[in-house]
Design a protein around this ligand. Structure first.
Ligand code: 9WN
Length: 445
């Protein structure tokens, strides 16, 4: 497929989302990710808002019906109706429900889930669906949906800003790389180096991802051995968040994740008046957290934000796209905004008014950049879409338009792929990927 028209692209994106609807939710991909993922659901809702708002609300409801009593929104919600592979005894995804054992935990719902979280993009998405309501009838429906969702979004924020303030700085900590949504990003390498990569842990499991994807595009076995060890420790301590210790072999503050928490507070401040709540506490929390974010994660020496390893209290030197996401915040101080714009334009990311490719997930100039391996170089539409919002937020319409054009262009050339080659822009990963389709609709709308 080379260079389809924008009309054809719109239709392709609509069809992709329709095909990925399964039972009561949209799956990221029917082959690679056959269940419901948390931040995918937020991005998908942003796109569905333009073509099927009822489906967007249904998707968010299904996700939040699986919220735990402590407020955490699990990163995967499994579908009991479609749990096993056609081949008996095999799970359709690894790690599946038998690994997470969430139903043994009193705070977890009956429907099996994972015990981790993902970036909270849902308030932002819910506000978008409401804003895009085409007529008064759909706006009324949207207001009713917001009424149901608001207390749940508040509980999600409370979980992240209290239980997950494990380091005590005020910022939320990731306890697993999967929680960042950028699984094998080089940003976690230093913190992960302290976690043993015990390959024997993988012996009793089967990596289903390798049956449907190229090994050279996916995280390595050493990565997976670490992911499993970290998840097992957390699970075996009942997914409790009560202070640093051996339950968390990995503890990191991520600028992207924390920026999205702050953006969620700001979206809640918009939603609050619609549901008769007070917006002020949300604004105050957003202000406070923005100060802490700048204080803890901005490095004046590099001019951008970095991940902090909470155990050794050090910033990772890695430049990754997550380090530019604080641009999403309207009240980011001017000095940091200017600095991030300079960094975005530097050769590491290459943003300019004539940019032909969206920005890579990792520093283009890094010697270990891998243009095909997942979050170690490839281009992701969701991260670029967030940056696009940030550019518009900070009065950069020309750069925003250029980035939008580059995003639409890669999808027009290859289709709704999961991610795209760092230098050629060719589609890689799974070909019918929901958030690429959804965010393309939002770009075209
Ligand atoms: C683990 C579903 C998810 C995305 C993540 C992406 C990938 C899972 C995996 O797929 O992660 O959660 O199996 O690799 O990294 O961002 O939400 O699309």
């Amino acid at each position: 497929m080379s260079g389809i028209s924008e009309e054809q692209l719109w239709q392709l994106a609509v069809t992709t989302l329709a095909d990925n609807w399964w039972h009561d939710h949209t799956v990221p991909s029917r082959t690679l990710y056959p269940y419901q993922w948390s931040w995918d659901t937020g991005f998908i809702a942003v796109g569905l808002a333009h073509v099927a708002p009822a489906r967007a609300w249904h998707d968010l409801r299904t996700l939040f019906e699986a919220q735990w009593a402590d407020g955490r929104v699990p990163h995967i919600v499994f579908d009991a109706a479609a749990m096993t592979d056609p081949k008996p005894g095999r799970e359709r995804y690894f790690p599946g429900p038998a690994f997470w054992r969430s139903t043994d935990v009193p705070a977890a719902p009956q429907r099996p889930t994972s015990g981790l979280v993902q970036p909270p993009v849902h308030a932002l998405a819910a506000w978008d669906i409401y804003r895009h309501s085409p007529d008064s009838e759909s706006r009324e429906r949207a207001a009713a949906e917001l009424g149901w969702l608001y207390p749940r979004l508040v509980a999600q924020q409370r979980y992240l800003t209290t239980h997950r303030d494990i380091g005590g700085s005020g910022l939320a900590c990731l306890v697993h790389p999967w929680e960042s949504g950028q699984d094998n990003s080089p940003a976690w390498d230093a913190a992960l180096a302290a976690v043993p990569a015990d390959l024997t842990l993988l012996e009793k499991y089967q990596r289903r991802d390798l049956e449907v994807s190229h090994r050279s595009h996916r995280p390595t076995d050493a990565d997976y051995a670490r992911y499993i060890l970290i998840a097992q420790r957390y699970r075996d301590h009942g997914y409790l968040d009560d202070g640093p210790g051996e339950r968390y072999p990995f503890l990191v503050e991520c600028p992207g994740f924390n920026s999205l928490i702050i953006a969620a507070e700001l979206a809640l401040a918009e939603i609050a008046p619609v549901v008769g709540a007070d917006p002020q506490p949300h604004r105050e929390r957003a202000d406070r957290l923005t100060d802490v974010l700048v204080d803890r994660l901005f490095d004046p020496a590099t001019g951008m934000f970095h991940a902090r390893d909470v155990y050794i209290d050090q910033l990772s030197p890695v430049r990754y796209l997550g380090g530019l996401l604080p641009l999403l915040l309207p009240d980011l101080p001017t000095a940091q905004v200017k600095s991030l714009l300079v960094e975005a334009a530097a050769p590491a990311f290459g943003l300019n008014e004539h940019v032909s490719l969206p920005l890579p997930s990792y520093d283009r100039t890094a010697p270990d950049l891998d243009p095909e391996r997942y979050w170690r170089g490839p281009i992701w539409i969701n991260m670029n879409w967030l940056l696009w919002r940030g550019l518009r937020q900070h009065g950069q319409p020309t750069l925003a338009t250029a980035l939008r054009g580059a995003m639409i262009d890669v999808v027009r050339r290859s289709g709704c792929y999961e991610y795209f080659h760092t230098t050629t822009g060719a589609g890689i990963g799974t070909p019918e990927f929901s958030w690429t389709a959804a965010l393309t609709l939002d770009l075209l709308a």
